[in-house]
Ligand binder design. Structure first.
Ligand code: BEZ
Length: 184
């Protein structure tokens, strides 16, 4: 059983896994178009986190985690609860960066347009203005942006939307802060 992370799961899975490997999924783009009232912001001052939007021809890089059969139900229950603010489970083909073959199917969490926290398209500068200041139980929104960016750079992935947002959020050139507790 595999789980594919393209947001906080890329750098902080917060669950037990057997092995992990970078991979990508086809047909989606990653965007900071989802408000976070419960992890990287608050109801009064929601942060911004990623979701995926259908985009034929595009691909989204992330981290694939293989989890043992006897713990998978518990992990998915935990993720279902943690991602209750609009995300739903889907199953996707995961591709190998090496030969582009499908190496497995994985569970992925996507918050589609129409969920209550979907904010949709806004100028990246506006998203950055929110992400620079928002803070929630899981930590600073700024940290989320910068850690995702760094993790993608480390795996050799390119994501113009994330890179541009990280550039604007970093501002002073300081990348990241100390890791906070688990989750999104
Ligand atoms: C992730 O793939 O890292 C993720 C995406 C949406 C919600 C939570 C985690």
């Amino acid at each position: 059983m595999w789980i594919f992370g393209y947001g906080s799961l890329v750098w902080r899975p917060a669950f037990e896994y057997r092995t992990r490997r970078p991979g990508y999924v086809r047909g989606y783009m990653r965007r900071f178009w989802q408000a976070s009232p419960d992890h990287r912001g608050t109801e009064e001052s929601p942060g911004r986190v990623v979701t995926l939007l259908a985009d034929p021809g595009a691909e989204v890089w992330g981290m694939a985690y293989q989890v043992a059969a006897d713990v998978v139900d518990g992990i998915l229950d935990q993720l279902d609860y943690r991602e209750k603010a609009g995300y739903e489970r889907h199953t996707v083909d995961m591709h190998s960066p090496d030969d582009h073959s499908v190496f497995a199917q994985g569970v992925i969490y996507i918050a589609g347009p129409g969920n209550p926290n979907f904010v949709g398209d806004h100028p990246v500068a506006d998203i950055a203005a929110v992400a620079r200041v928002a803070h929630g139980p899981s930590g600073a929104n700024r940290e989320y942006v910068l850690r995702l960016h760094q993790a993608l750079v480390d795996m050799g992935a390119h994501d113009d939307h994330v890179s541009e947002l990280a550039r604007l959020v970093a501002g002073d050139g300081i990348v990241g802060s100390s890791p906070s507790s688990d989750s999104t």
